[in-house]
Design a protein around this ligand. Structure first.
Ligand SMILES: C[S@@+](CC[C@H](N)C(=O)[O-])C[C@H]1O[C@@H](n2cnc3c(N)ncnc32)[C@H](O)[C@@H]1O
Length: 202
């Protein structure tokens, strides 16, 4: 009970994330674009898509998008350290594409938003706000695609878990669930524990 109350009142704010990067407590960091997201990007044909990677961390998906010619891509993260890492790796990228800020305050219009270990990093109390914010950031018919964990939601986290049933319940009023299935090509530590999904703004 005490742990549950602590989690629900815990503020995973910029200081929390900054400290995790500074102390190298970044177990989520895959070190390169993950296979399911890479395959998804490899099947995109319209290089003009305006794409956002929120809670992008060290931004390997962003880097891969740029390498594939998706130059209208952006990252946003509340922590500065990983964004500085991206800038150091990709000095040619305009600063306006690397946004330091809170996703929930961000204003923009995107064709595609890529999710990877951002939803699970948020306090579960913010899930409904996440759904509504994603809706507001997408153009009509825009897509939110990526990976969501499929392990039970407990008071322990981040990462906080969830299930296909829960995701369907919270997303389906604003999004059409085009796809949501166990990822067949997860990176090893996440095998059997994540769903690949494509949700389309209604
Ligand atoms: C678990 S990490 C995942 C990073 C990255 N997606 C990856 O796969 O390596 C969660 C990230 O979300 C960022 N974050 C947390 N809350 C945020 C918010 N409200 N707005 C923007 N970024 C946020 C953290 O700073 C952190 O980089």
């Amino acid at each position: 009970m005490r742990v549950l109350i602590l989690t629900m009142t815990m503020n995973f704010d910029s200081n929390y994330w900054e400290e995790r990067y500074k102390n190298n407590q970044t177990g989520w960091d895959a070190g390169s674009v993950t296979i399911p997201i890479k395959h998804y990007i490899d099947n995109l044909t319209n290089k003009k898509l305006k794409i956002l990677v929120p809670g992008a961390g060290n931004g390997y998906e962003f880097e891969y998008l740029l390498q594939q010619g998706f130059n209208n891509s952006y990252v946003i993260d509340i922590a500065l350290t990983p964004l500085q890492n991206i800038k150091a790796r990709l000095p040619e990228v305009p600063g306006t594409h690397i946004i330091h800020g809170d996703f929930f305050d961000h204003v923009g219009e995107y064709d595609l938003i890529i999710e990877q270990t951002f939803f699970c990093a948020l306090n579960p109390e913010l899930r409904q706000q996440y759904v509504e914010k994603m809706y507001s950031l997408l153009k009509p018919g825009g897509r939110l695609a990526g990976l969501l964990f499929s392990f039970p939601l407990t008071e322990q986290g981040p990462p906080f878990g969830g299930s296909a049933e829960e995701y369907e319940a919270i997303f389906s009023s604003l999004f059409t669930i085009n796809k949501m299935e166990e990822a067949y090509n997860s990176i090893k530590p996440r095998a059997g524990k994540e769903l690949f999904f494509i949700f389309e703004k209604k």
